[in-house]
Design a protein around this ligand. Structure first.
Ligand code: TNX
Length: 511
């Protein structure tokens, strides 16, 4: 019925979408409070986006919104500064007189018959609110169709995140992905208010970030990937380009240099990193846990400091992730000693350290963060030492797990993860004994042993990622699977339009 409506309705009329009963109600992550009213706000091609004066950051967000509206509706909305409430029929973005209780990322979207105003305390909040606005627009029209006017429902949304950390991780070491692909992913995740992008830059199969003091890391260590063939790496300027693109979307990039395990690419590039002084060959398989930097040599720590110094200089974010996972080729005393030394190196370079569960065995600085993936007791040990957790339980958040036994891509060591499995869990109760204060937030990692192009990346993230984003953002009291399913199906309509390759889960009644 929906389709036939679309093909027969005259261009310039979006009344056929009135049947989407509550057009403010299809937002993911679900807003904290949502009060729809019965009116209609109308924009047309001559509507304008007004922004507060003398604020280049708000101006940038205004232009971003204009560009997004242009690409989906063809409306070429002008962005203008205004010192007061603008005239009827326009959009207004402002942080003036912003309510501090909204926090850095919160916003209030107030839609009346006259005007659509987005208030925030910080520009970051405006950016998050703009995503809500874009989603409301797509719930109200058929995207990429030309309308004389667009009607959206009136009401007020007041919204802010449950957790400060809502991340996505991409493994660019097992398979390498171009800057263009990475930017496409960053843009997609920003639509769901993700605010951390963790780049797993090094592993056994490849070293993907230029380090001036050790050029062979990339020239040799970055030359191949899983199943062989040419791969690549990011030059410093490409890495900075990724950081800038993410920053424009209020996303912090977290670089990961995995150690002491997952280091075959480095060991193959520089013999001195091996205890026996002999380099192994490059590795294109998918085993884990066989490699280790030589934890007993001083030269190893000089190398680490040199690498970390260059990464720290390049990265404006406060964190460096050092992996620390699956160091099965290092005995536990050496492991603990190694991690504690590396921790000092990270802090002496002005950054905070993050690492996986295994760090729980070590003496940790209070600002160190542990990313939980599979070992509840080590994660709890870390919490007892006073550090906070990022929750990435493999059985819920690992985007490389298959949806079911027929999924062609991915692995299943942590089980199959259907859309409902990745949605129906609570970071607070995932491990017994945690309090809200112990949890920074959630992150969905995509390991890429079996993933080799952007289509595959999309297929594994969608539709599971929006659910993880909602777990990170929305209060548990507003989350409900049956209701979420309906919102998700509306998003599927948008994904079809933009050509996103998503898994058509049978759990969802796709429109
Ligand atoms: C475990 S999660 C790993 C990765 C693999 C992944 C595959 C973690 C800290 N280590 O090295 O790629 O499983 O699912």
């Amino acid at each position: 019925q929906f389709i036939s409506c679309r093909t027969t309705a005259p261009i310039g009329d979006n009344t056929q979408y009135q049947d989407l009963s509550n057009k403010l109600g299809n937002v993911i992550p679900k807003p904290v409070t949502l009060n729809p009213t019965t009116g209609t706000f109308t924009i047309n091609e001559s509507s304008k986006i007004y922004i507060e004066p003398n604020n280049s950051e708000t101006a940038f967000i205004g232009q971003y919104l204009a560009d997004k509206i242009k690409s989906s509706t063809n409306y070429d909305l002008v962005v203008l500064a205004s010192s007061g409430i603008p005239p009827k029929g326009n959009i207004y973005l402002t942080t003036i007189g912003g309510d501090p209780s909204l926090g850095d990322e919160g916003y209030e979207l107030n839609i009346t018959e006259n005007i659509l105003t987005l208030f925030a305390f910080k520009p970051e909040g405006l950016f998050r609110g703009v995503q809500t606005l874009r989603q409301i627009l797509f719930s109200s029209i058929e995207p990429f169709t030309h309308y004389k006017e667009i009607n959206i429902g009136t009401g007020i949304i007041r919204d802010y995140p449950r957790f400060q950390w809502r991340g996505v991780m991409l493994d660019v070491a097992r398979h390498f992905f171009s800057v263009g692909d990475v930017k496409k992913l960053i843009d997609l995740i920003s639509y769901y208010k993700i605010n951390r992008f963790h780049l797993h830059l090094t592993d056994d199969q490849g070293w993907r970030i230029q380090i001036d003091s050790y050029p062979k890391l990339t020239l040799y260590g970055g030359s191949t990937q899983v199943k062989g063939g040419p791969a690549g790496y990011y030059t410093k300027s490409e890495y900075l380009e990724i950081i800038k693109y993410a920053k424009e979307r209020y996303i912090t990039v977290i670089p990961e240099i995995d150690m002491p395990g997952h280091t075959n690419a480095a060991l193959a590039s520089y013999p001195f990193l091996n205890c026996n002084g002999v380099s192994p060959s490059l590795y294109t398989g998918t085993e884990v846990g066989f490699s280790s930097l030589c934890t007993k040599k001083d030269s190893t720590y000089i190398f680490i400091n040199d690498v970390i110094k260059e990464i720290a200089q390049l990265s404006p974010g406060p964190y460096i992730h050092i992996g620390g996972d699956e160091a099965k080729a290092t005995n536990s005393a050496d492991y603990i000693n190694f991690i504690e030394k590396v921790q000092s190196i990270i802090y002496s370079n002005g950054k905070k350290m993050i690492g996986w569960d295994e760090l729980g065995q070590c003496k940790l600085q209070p600002e160190t963060i542990v990313q939980h993936w599979a070992n509840d007791s080590l994660a709890l040990e870390a919490v007892k030492k006073g550090v906070k957790l990022i929750m990435s339980p493999a059985s819920k958040t690992y985007m490389d797990m298959k949806y079911n036994s027929t999924t062609l891509l991915g692995q299943n060591w942590a089980g199959y993860i259907e859309v409902s499995d990745s949605y129906n869990w609570n970071p607070l109760t995932q491990i017994k004994g945690l309090t809200m204060n112990d949890i920074l937030g959630v992150e969905a990692p995509l390991w890429t042993e079996t993933i080799s192009n952007l289509d595959d990346i999309e297929f594994m993230f969608f539709p599971r990622l929006p659910g993880i984003a909602e777990i990170g953002w929305s209060p548990i009291t507003v989350r409900n699977w049956e209701e979420y399913k309906k919102r998700l199906s509306v998003h599927g309509r948008y994904w079809k339009k933009i050509g996103l390759n998503f898994y058509h889960s049978p759990e969802i009644n796709w429109k």
